[in-house]
Design a protein around this ligand. Sequence first.
Ligand code: SER
Length: 578
Amino acid sequence: MNLKDLYIDFFVKNGHKQIPSAPVVPENDPSVLFNTAGMQPLIPYLMGQPHPYGTRLCDYQKCIRTNDLDNIGDTYHHTFFEMLGNWSLGDYFKKEAITWSFEFLTKVLKMPVEKLAVTVFAGNDIIPFDEESHDLWLSLGIKEERIARTTEDNFWIAGETGPCGPDTEMFYFRSDDPVPEKFDPEDNRWVEIWNDVFMQYYKDENGNISELPKKNVDTGMGLERVVAVLEGVKDNYASSVWKDVISEIEDISHLKYEGNEPSMRIIADHIRTSVFISADNSGIKPSNVGQGYILRRLIRRAIRHAKKLGIDVNSDWESRIALKIMSKYENYYSEIKENKDVVLEVLKNEKIKFNRTLEKGLREFEKVSSKDIDGTTAFHLFDTYGFPIELTEELAKERGINVDIEGFKEKFKAHQELSRTASQGQFKGGLGGHSEKETRYHTATHLLNAALKQVVNKDVHQKGSNITEERMRFDFSCDHKLSDEEKQKTEDLVNKWISEGHEVTVEEMKKEDAVKSGAECMFIEKYPDIVTVYSISDFSKELCGGPHVKNTNELGHFKIVKEEASSAGVRRIKAILE
Ligand code: SER
């Protein structure tokens, strides 16, 4: 059995329900571009909402972190990775969590206790020393010298605000050296393998800490790292997670991994992440904004490194690597199996696009790189030759010249309204936060759903929705392209409701009562037993987690900007509030 199966098996045996991995592109959470941790899709439940699968959950979650793209190429950074996790939603707490962690590591994975060490929360002005965790580890057989107490590193929060709490981290001694008696978390021969967070607080925008309604456990284990540890390799890319992908790259380039590690790792990592972004059902394509921009950067950087290795970049090299990667994941993630062709096409199209301009761009770069590159030139390379700024930076570094990044950013911002990519979108505004604008779009989505039922057909149902600061996207079941008249009538009806100023009301009820009362909902099985139902006058009633405005008169003017096919029998409307 492999690590994912062992993990799920262990926690299921201990009363947990396995939940499916959420998509890499979060639905309706504009505060992050990608899911960055196993807990992220669970935030509403960690905050107190009942989860339909109960109070003990486990999963393997696809995660993407793009904040240290520049570190890719070393032995242990990855942009995409899988996180194994188990959760208690107000169920068990420290004792069970720590005991199971210890049991899984030492009994199931058979890691020798002598090679393990842990950190626990040392305490600060607000929250005391985590004596309970300390004593639990001790009672399980971890020696006092192997329990380090730290403050900064033992308080976990994803970003600035959200559910949080003290944590205890587990480390493994990954070295042939004798294991030192005393554990020093700064000594990088000790690698962190698992993190148990005791999530009992909530931190708000003002930095105030309050107790959550329930005490939760959130754990996260980095799969790539643990596999490497178990297989006794010091380079993650030498483990079974990557080995055959790296051999495929060796095959394609007719080069050995030894001596070409950074480029081969970058290619393997970036293609894998691109596979997962483009296979995601959100339908992200390479572009100059948001997730699309990350995807573009990853593919283009992989192409650059393929060129460095002397690979013929016009060949089908990227398909071969992507297929190898997909064969490893298709049994775990259905979207990989289903969207193989989409993935191959995205990669191929972007490759063709980039190859077309790359030569010209490189010539242009040669011309301008006799001295430092100013913002305008960097933007010109981006805008005309499709050079992501990171590529210009990378090339400049090789030449020993500087790039005016700030100057580039100004140009970039002036060129487009890029609220979401300004800082690559990492954790801006905290997790789970919805801006006023998005809240308005949320309510507008309900109005549109209701209006379509009246104008087009009462059997129109929501099939998907996505909201950003700039627009809303709404997918619905419908067998025909909307006529201009239908579009106009829908738009008019929504605007009528907005101007009439209807109150938006919310109530909690049993799921079955909600369904009986005719409330609209997309996936009934995904909802907990007690649900929140939002109603607007007598024309809209939906199961929904919110948030919503109080009155429809807060929305402004509603306008449909596009109506198109989404998939068979599903149409897509893009609309804005002006
Ligand atoms: N949220 C914690 C982490 O990402 C544990 O899952 O490490």
